[in-house]
Design a protein around this ligand. Structure first.
Ligand code: SAM
Length: 243
């Protein structure tokens, strides 16, 4: 694409992503905690803080998986608000639904099986949209961003929480070693699935860096796009408004 990152065979990528998330769904939460040493909780908490969510808001947690962000939003929007947990993958949605019901969120969060590239919602629907560790799995990211821009209300904001590019070369080296050597081994050891964690490492390396993603969001029509690095840029939170 003109943003200069690698393109892959579209169908092949979609199948791979579907396989990976069907395969990791049952152990997804456990692996998240282990692999990030619990830090993903802080990244998510910060995302909620930056979302500006208020009682009565309509929130879309896209690529929401097992619902960590959706639950936090449900606590914030109150009875007059609405939270939709949307994901393309039925296995992830099922695990998410069971967990949310167990924790007393049944009835407070709606579920939708959707593709981020073609969101089945009316224009100007949501006050807040989040996509947490999801965008890098989406094949046509430009199309997905345009779709999010369309369904966001004027005055609303999009938060993209995603792995990004570490700021310091030394951190970058250590992180590469961690992702390409330790991660697949941990995947093998803990859930007997090194392939999925190999995919994870590769998808992180191929994902657009901070400035590239910012340009993509501007190109999709978002205004005042900025980002904040977390954990040395291993993760970045991009924010864009619709005016
Ligand atoms: N947001 C959750 C979190 O932060 O824990 C889950 C993130 S998980 C790493 C990525 C999710 O993106 C998976 O549940 C996957 O099914 C979903 N996904 C991948 N491609 C998608 C697409 N095109 N549309 C919607 N969801 C997608």
């Amino acid at each position: 694409t003109h943003f200069g990152y690698q393109t892959v065979d579209v169908e092949q990528k979609q199948h791979k992503v579907a396989d990976v998330f069907h395969s990791v769904a049952a152990k997804y939460d456990l692996m998240n905690d282990v692999m990030s040493m619990g830090i993903h909780r802080l990244w998510k908490r910060f995302t909620i803080e930056m979302s500006g969510v208020r009682p009565g808001h309509k929130v879309l947690d896209l690529a929401g998986g097992t619902g960590d962000l959706a639950m936090k939003f449900a606590d914030k929007v109150g009875a007059s608000g609405q939270v939709i947990l949307a994901d393309i993958n039925a296995s992830m949605l099922n695990v998410g639904r069971d967990k949310l019901i167990d924790r007393g969120y049944g009835g407070r969060i709606e579920f939708a099986q959707v593709n981020a590239e073609s969101l089945p919602f009316a224009d100007n629907t949501f006050d807040v949209i989040t996509i947490g560790f999801g965008l890098r799995n989406v094949t046509d990211k430009e199309k997905a961003l345009a779709s999010m821009q369309r369904v966001l209300k004027p005055g609303g904001r999009l938060l993209v929480l995603e792995f990004s590019k570490p700021e310091l070369p030394l951190l970058s080296k250590a992180y590469d070693f961690y992702s390409f050597n330790l991660l697949p081994k941990m995947g093998k050891l803990l859930v007997n699935d090194s392939d999925s964690y190999q995919y994870l490492a590769e998808s992180i390396r191929m994902h657009p860096d901070q400035e590239t993603l910012k340009s993509m969001m501007l190109a999709a029509g978002f205004d005042e796009v900025d980002y904040q690095n977390m954990t040395g840029g291993i993760v970045a939170l991009h924010r864009g408004f619709k005016f």
